[in-house]
Design a protein around this ligand. Structure first.
Ligand code: 0A1
Ligand code: ZN
Length: 849
């Protein structure tokens, strides 16, 4: 094996040939599938070598214009010298043999529970046949599948079928990463959708026998997504059939293959007694996300993988809008900001920081990150804010008409905004190339002549790429309140373009209270010195729901930070503000639940590190628990009534109202558990008639140390259900006390149902271990060692998931010297391991710096 190569954006070269329709024949057999491929190639001009990628393929035969050639696969490609190629168009044919049953990487064609399925993004198609496997090579596909299995699916429309075969044709040109094939003993949950121009679309959710009664929600979500994309973006579906398949072994959430979306079964299957509210909401959002890709990703795709955020940032933004429209924009915005800060800010402040459009990579699979997805979505939100709703609509309409059928760049994207709105986005474009979370400092001045001045100052941290940071164009939505709580004027968008700028508000009679960065209008860390009293005022009066929540969040974070660093108990004002919130029935329950949720331990570690302190995970854990107990004592009189009042009546439904009520109820139950040692949780466990309440009660029982019986009953009831058992594995590790979390995780790896080959199961145990902050960072390094041991084992089977899970170590620089040394030691051990994958190798090297 040669050294892994670094790929650079600057080295992009167009593919020198145009492809005609691709014809593929699959003769399926578990360990020896034959793939025959045939397509024409026409030189675009000039004479160039032909390079086709291929990996893990056994080449049986290759031919040019029907004549067999000697092709030598080397370093993952076949190169045929220009001199050996005909001068004009020619036909390429190849036959290869692959081993789906032995494919544990879950890329290319593999087997999961007896079914064949594919995952081709980003570079999985080259594990199927030799091909110009790059997103800017688009063509139509005709596919024949030969197998005795009852259901044989591929992209596009079915064109022929008979005993032992099926043929599909996809009329829309697509890159190879959107290719898909599925074969198995599957059952359809059918549906139907009529597009607004009258096209009848057959919908199917394909599942393994026995799962048919868990498909309703996915189908409902799919229809809602199809309608929403027509209404909000004017985008219609463009084939007569849309298939979704649930697969148990899958590295990610789901994949938007044209007309044949493949989903991790946890992102599609749901029934009240097997899935929580969070699962239902995740499914709704992922179904929408994949469906929306049909236009943003499939009809218009990326020129190269550096442009990944062109499809992902935009599609995440669209799915966020969809959920906001369906379930309430305010709560959704808060949840998205929480996710962004938890995952993307964390990435951006550590050794893995990279720009939304990276400029180089070793393994592209390592760049499906929170930065590309979630920060990418924030950039779309900022653009929309800067050009206004009408400008955004005009720009998107132009994007869809101008670039339909093309593989595009971010330059193309920004250009449609410039042309449609007349704005100059040269400075805004820096957001795509500058990594790191900007800081925004706000200072205020008031003069008695009635002028209030806000001075905004931006700064950007250094990042591992060493890129020079220039000032960004930052939209800062700002409102001013009167001391009586009224809004002084509608919010304004202050556009910060320089390092420091002042904005004057004149003609005021009293000093206003400023509400800055409303709706979280930019992905920055805000530092705005305000007194506790001002924050409490905003928490009570701000008309912007995001900033109302944010005021409470900042207060809570400061209260907790003071408790951690100085042992200062929480102020009576904070406790009173929390109690008032809880009582305020004018506020949605979901919003109240969010306000009551204390900042997490990882968040506190980041906060302390951000202020130059060294976080002690155990100390943070203890302080947070003690603050929860104090809060619970203060709210004690309200809790039992709240638990009762927030129990929705009637059969379970994942609608926004009952979901919000359950979240507040279960928040109250968690607080109650701090006081009664698990008594209320015990009753809740008995009474639970849905998985949300069951899991909430179980988590409380584990935290109270009295979950033995419940865990055994749970296992006895759900032992045969993979998705529910993932919850059983996960919650035991996540809720374990820090001293034992690693031991619990280790013990669970010996459980007969622990399965290294199933990414969901691996993530259940080890994702939970890394999310158990104090447990993972146990002072003796057991957490680090255990994770590294298992990453090594996983890497031999599934490098992509191993690499992804290794990000548990990305916060290394935050901690004390001992912990840093222990984490480094584990990373060094991984780095030195023989046969380490390129995926994990790249991650480890970046984390070691
Ligand atoms: N494009 C999919 C997610 C996805 C990405 C990469 C994968 O393998 C490396 C698999 C799926 C999405 O955004 O939903
Ligand atoms: Zn996506």
């Amino acid at each position: 094996m040669s050294e892994p190569q670094t790929i650079h954006l600057a080295d992009y070269r167009p593919f020198p040939f145009t492809l005609g329709e691709v014809q593929l024949t699959f003769r399926l057999a578990p360990a020896a599938t034959r793939v025959l491929s045939r397509f024409t190639l026409a030189p675009k001009g000039g004479r160039e070598d032909l390079v086709l990628f291929g990996a893990h393929l056994r080449l049986i035969r290759a031919a040019v214009n029907g004549a067999e050639i000697r092709a030598e696969p080397k370093d993952g490609q076949i190169r045929i010298a220009a001199a050996d190629l005909p001068e004009g168009p020619f036909t390429w044919e190849a036959e290869v043999e692959i081993d789906p049953a032995g494919n544990t990487a879950l890329e290319g064609l593999y087997m999961s529970n007896g079914m064949y399925c594919t995952q081709c993004e980003a570079e999985g198609f080259r594990r199927i046949t030799f091909y110009p496997d790059r997103p800017d090579v688009m063509t139509t596909f005709r596919v024949r599948i030969e197998s005795d299995l009852p259901v044989l699916l591929s992209n596009g429309n079915p064109v022929a079928e008979g005993p032992g075969f099926a043929e599909w044709h996809d009329p829309w040109p697509k890159p190879s990463y959107l290719f898909a094939l599925v074969a198995g003993d599957l059952r359809a949950h059918p549906g139907q959708f009529t597009t607004r121009s009258g096209r009848e679309v057959a919908l199917n959710i394909w599942v393994r026998p026995g799962d048919e009664d868990r498909c309703d929600w996915a189908l409902t979500s799919l229809k809602a997504s199809m309608r929403w994309d027509e209404e909000v973006y004017g985008r219609e579906y463009d084939l007569d059939i849309f298939n979704i398949v649930a697969v148990d072994d899958f590295n990610m959430g789901a994949m938007e293959n044209k007309g044949l979306n493949i989903f991790n079964s946890r992102a599609v299957l749901a029934r009240a007694d097997t899935a929580t509210d969070a699962d239902f909401m995740r499914i709704e959002a992922i179904i929408a996300h994949e469906y929306f890709h049909n236009w943003t990703g499939n009809r218009i795709t990326c020129r190269d993988w550096f442009q990944l955020c062109l499809k992902e940032g935009l599609t995440v933004f669209r799915d966020q809008q969809f959920t906001g429209d369906l379930r309430g924009a305010a709560v959704k915005r808060i949840e998205d900001a929480l996710t962004l800060r938890d995952r993307q800010f964390r990435e951006d402040t550590g050794p893995l920081a990279h720009p939304v459009r990276p400029s180089s990579f070793v393994e592209i699979n390592n760049f499906y990150t929170a930065t590309v997805y979630e920060k990418g979505a924030e950039l779309i939100g900022m653009l929309k804010r800067l050009v206004g709703d009408a400008g955004y609509k005009a720009a998107l309409d132009l994007y869809f008409t101008r670039h339909d059928g093309q593989a595009c760049t971010l330059e193309d994207w920004l250009k449609v905004f410039e042309e449609a709105t007349g704005r100059d986005l040269t400075q805004f474009a820096r957001w795509y190339s500058q990594a790191g979370t900007p800081r925004l400092e706000v200072s205020e001045a008031w003069d008695e002549a009635g002028v209030f001045t806000l001075t905004l100052r931006q700064s950007q941290p250094e990042t591992p790429d060493g890129v020079e940071k220039l000032p960004l164009h930052i939209p800062v939505v700002t409102g001013l309140l009167n001391p009586n709580g009224d809004e002084l004027a509608p919010s304004v968008t202050l556009e910060l373009t320089e390092t420091e700028q002042s904005f004057r508000f004149e003609g005021l009679s009293t000093r206003p209270i400023a509400s800055v960065l409303r709706d979280f209008s930019a992905p920055v860390i805000l530092s705005h010195r305000q007194s506790d009293a001002t924050r409490a005022f905003l928490l009570a009066h701000d008309s912007d729901p995001f900033n109302r929540w944010e005021a409470g969040r900042t207060l809570s974070r400061e209260v907790l930070a003071r408790l951690i660093s100085e042992g200062t108990p929480p102020s009576a004002d904070w406790l009173a503000a929390m109690a008032a919130l809880l009582r305020d029935e004018s506020l949605e329950p979901a919003f109240r639940a969010l306000c009551l949720r204390l900042p997490g331990e990882d968040d506190m570690a980041a906060t302390l590190a951000g202020s130059g302190l060294v976080p002690d995970p155990h100390h943070i854990h203890r302080a947070r628990r003690s603050l929860q107990t104090t809060l619970a004592r203060h709210l004690a009189p309200q809790l039992p009534g709240l638990i009762r009042a927030m129990t929705p009546q009637g059969p379970y439904s994942p609608d926004p109202t009952s979901t919000g009520q359950r979240s507040l109820k279960n928040m109250a139950l968690a607080l109650q558990t701090r006081l009664d040692g698990g008594a209320a949780a015990q009753s809740a466990w008995q009474a639970a008639d849905n998985m949300t309440d069951q899991m909430a009660a179980l988590a409380c029982l584990i935290e109270a140390g009295c979950a033995g019986t419940a865990l055994r009953a749970f296992e006895a009831r759900y032992g045969g259900d993979r998705l529910v058992m993932d919850k059983w594995f996960m919650t035991q590790v996540l809720c374990a006390p820090p001293e034992t979390a690693a031991d619990v995780a280790e013990a669970l790896t010996a459980h007969p149902k622990f399965d290294l080959k199933n990414p969901n199961r691996f993530r259940a145990v080890f994702g939970a271990l890394s999310a158990n902050h104090a447990g993972f960072h146990r002072a003796d390094g057991t957490g680090y060692r255990l994770l590294a041991d298992w990453l090594l084992r996983l890497d031999a089977l599934n490098p992509q998931t191993a690499a992804r899970m290794s990000t548990a170590f990305e916060t290394l620089p935050r901690y004390d010297a001992d912990r840093q040394a222990m984490m480094r030691e584990e990373l060094q051990r991984l780095k030195a391991a023989p046969r380490l994958s390129r995926d994990l190798g790249e991650m480890v090297s970046r984390m070691l710096g």
